[in-house]
Design a protein around this ligand. Structure first.
Ligand SMILES: Nc1ncnc2c1ncn2[C@@H]1O[C@H](COP(=O)(O)OP(=O)(O)OP(=O)(O)O)[C@@H](O)[C@H]1O
Ligand SMILES: [Mg+2]
Length: 369
């Protein structure tokens, strides 16, 4: 069934009330839309900036039905939307990006299998469900390796690095003895990501590629442009397009990549995909004509995708935990955009906000961190 572009005034439903939902809900009204956020009770900063919200469990079918009856399309800010929730909503309303993207992104084994079938390069991996499996897999894949739970990992949670055979049992306990994949440790030179949108008509629009620096498995900084060869940028975009087409995707998609330099040549491996707007795309709010958040809203609303070009170089940095208390100093800095998420409690490592320092185009090329 053809999807008519949503007219200004329509209501967009968003599952999840965190900072990504909040930034989507801030972008949508610029195009004349209103947002209804659905999230379980708790600290939901997206509620503060939307015209309607429902605080209910994802399993509450009656609440889901009421929510669906008042919105024209449903999207989500996180990939762990229960599949039953998605199925219940899909019976009543269009859900984008949709169930296939969730199925693949929710399970690292499904994800890596899907990517391999598409011919996308990934680190060697294998499915494991016990210490003996891990030991066998480690002899095949080699060490060091990383053990990752198949489901529910984020910010490095549910992961353990294994450096020697004797560490297999400890790693298995560390990840809570959950079904997992063992993958080769990648001695990457840099991490990159592609943030791109695919429209309902199959159009594909990538943003420029950021280079990402993680600290304790949590994103610390994204800088654009990345210090990579132009061919690498093209290759990364092709990989993301193949994935988006393969999923019949609608919306903004993130593809996290490892970059390796081998004898002067740049190689890419896909780490994981996120069927949503992404932390490494926050700089688009201030350095681009259209942000990842507006682009996502455009895509799911069936609008033409916007111009992703940059008017500035930029470095985005997360404000984790109590770092958010620095807001006053940052707010005084010229050419710096400060974003505070309005979360109630600044727990250590929690993403409380971010800031983006803007520089003239070409100004940060070749510069270090
Ligand atoms: N195989 C690997 N080799 C080397 N480093 C890795 C590997 N897998 C993960 N890492 C490091 O850990 C970080 C987090 O890993 P990954 O993206 O798989 O986890 P996550 O918990 O899903 O995180 P998030 O959802 O926040 O991106 C990566 O960005 C990278 O820095
Ligand atoms: Mg990741």
């Amino acid at each position: 069934m053809a999807f008519e572009p949503l007219r200004p005034g329509a209501v967009i439903g968003i599952l999840g009330g965190g900072q990504l939902g909040r930034m989507l809900a801030l972008a949508a009204p610029r195009l004349g839309f209103r947002c209804h956020i659905y999230a379980p009770p708790g600290d939901n900063p997206a509620f503060d900036v939307s015209c309607a919200h429902t605080a209910a469990a994802y399993e509450d079918e009656a609440a889901l039905a009421r929510f669906a009856s008042g919105v024209s399309v449903v999207t989500y800010e996180f990939e762990n939307v229960p599949s039953a929730t998605c199925a219940a909503l899909e019976r009543l309303v269009t859900v984008a990006p949709g169930r296939e993207a969730l199925r693949v992104a929710q399970d690292r084994l499904e994800e890596k299998t899907f990517l391999s079938r598409l011919g996308v390069p990934v680190a060697p991996f294998t499915s494991v469900a016990g210490v003996q499996d891990i030991e066998e897999a480690a002899s095949r894949i080699g060490l060091p390796a990383v053990l990752k739970t198949r489901r529910f990992g984020y910010d490095g949670k549910g992961q353990a690095k294994i450096v020697s055979r004797s560490g297999c049992a400890e790693a298995w306990s560390a990840i809570g003895k959950a079904p997992a994949v063992l993958e080769a440790f990648v001695p990457f030179d840099a991490e990159l990501s592609v943030i791109a949108a695919r429209g309902r008509d199959g159009s594909f629009v990538p943003f420029d590629i950021p280079e990402n620096w993680h600290e304790n498995h949590i994103l610390r900084q994204s800088r654009v442009p990345a210090r990579v060869a132009p061919e690498t940028v093209g290759w990364a975009g092709d990989i993301a397009r193949g994935i988006a087409d393969g999923l019949g995707y609608v919306g903004v998609l993130a593809v996290e990549l490892f970059l390796l330099r081998r004898s002067g040549r740049e190689e890419l491996l896909v780490n994981e995909i996120a069927p949503r707007v992404h932390n490494s795309g926050h700089w688009t709010l201030d350095a681009c004509h259209v942000s990842q958040f507006e682009q996502h809203i455009r895509a799911i609303a069936g609008w033409p995708l916007g111009d992703p070009s940059r008017h500035s170089d930029s470095i985005m940095q997360n404000l984790l935990g109590l770092e958010v208390d620095d807001w006053e100093r940052l707010a005084k800095e010229p050419q710096t955009a400060v974003h505070i998420y309005g979360k109630a409690e600044a727990r250590p490592g929690r993403k409380m906000g971010h800031f983006t320092r803007l520089h003239p185009l070409g100004a940060i090329a070749g510069k270090g961190k």
